[in-house]
Design a protein around this ligand. Sequence first.
Ligand code: PLP
Length: 440
Amino acid sequence: MSKVSPRNYYDEILRTLEEHNKAFSGYIPLIASENIPSPAVREALTSDFGNRYAEGWVGERVYAGCEYIDKVEFTCMDLMKKLYKCEFVDPRPISGVVANLVVYTAFTEPGDTIMALPITCGGHITFGPKKLNGTAGAVTGLEVEYLPLDYEELNIDVDRTIRRIKRMDREGVKPTMAVFGASVFPFPHPVKELAEEYHSRGAVIHYDSAHVSGLIACGEFQNPLAEGADTVSVSTHKTFFGPQHGSVLSWDKYAEPIKKATLPGLVSNHHLHAVAGLAIACAEMLEFGKEYSKQVIKNAQTLGQALYERGFKVLAEHKGFTKSHVLLIDITKYGLGGDIEKKLEQAGIIINRNLLPWDVREKRNYINPGGIRLGTPEVTRLGMKEGDMVEIAELMKRVVVNKEDPKKVKEDVNLMKSKFQTVHYCFENTTKAYEYIKIR
Ligand SMILES: *Cc1c(COP(=O)(O)O)cnc(C)c1O
């Protein structure tokens, strides 16, 4: 048996990281939940902030050494409030999942019932019941009543939701919280239309903005707080420019329970390097976000149309496919989602398999579902425009429809991508988007 030394492991890990960056510089990245941060945000992530603790609320820490950390976190909060026009922000939740947990912890008790979309209809794992090991049930002890989805409209069905709430009234079940938002989120959810139904029953309205946090910050999707939401959870790295992190937005009157749920409830250190990166991302959003968000949506709509014209069954055609960054495609004409995902990966086109709302009924599951999901945040940040979307659609057609050898197509994918190697919509970009930064 050969003996592998620690140094071998060390070298191999670092080499693998470098190889990953190199591979991504050649890929066309279309995962809807991913983005690429600016060099400035990456610089913040390598700063000493990432080695510190700052427990407590900003300015009231219970650790020494927080002078500069406080300064940056105050700025981060000011900029978040500017972007979202909200009264209160807690920037400490370390991810979108933790942000949802903060809200559940602050406003519900075990055994309470929340209403949210099921995973099969675009809902997130954090909305799920215990029997599916979802966060709401398995971690917070919540019961989950599903919000009904209109399959044609790809949106929450308002009339059926009201009927469901009234059925719950008759059964003596009170919804403690309504959770809007989804991981397949092409159209604004009916917050305004349902706010009164929930508020009149004493329910908290929570809006999980994870996928569309950047679009909302720039006024290019709905404004949930203005439409009746009490709390909003944020992921800072999907359509937003940041590093991976989370936040909760709300009104001053809900500040105390949220602050307590975050700490001591759900974080100890709150990834201060990510807070610094987020602060920088907020400044970039304020300066460039509007133009960026408009282009993200234009790109998604153009990609939807171009794929549709090439034989892909992109859903919600009658509504222009999407009003956000995301597209959902029924791929069953050409295969199953998992298989198509692999084939496209061989061609350097990175997408994810996705359940269609009717997959379970048709005996398909998440391993090889009937759909694929595409998103345009990262390709847009790299500077791609409508013409490039048509080119991507053509490359996808060659793999999926024409069934060309993915390895052949990959050459053209790499060639196309070679023109998009810097991050746009940022103040400085002398380092390339996927450049591996060595500081050893
Ligand atoms: C991605 C996502 C989350 C989780 O966000 P993380 O930042 O990855 O923890 C939460 N809710 C929805 C709807 C999401 O799509």
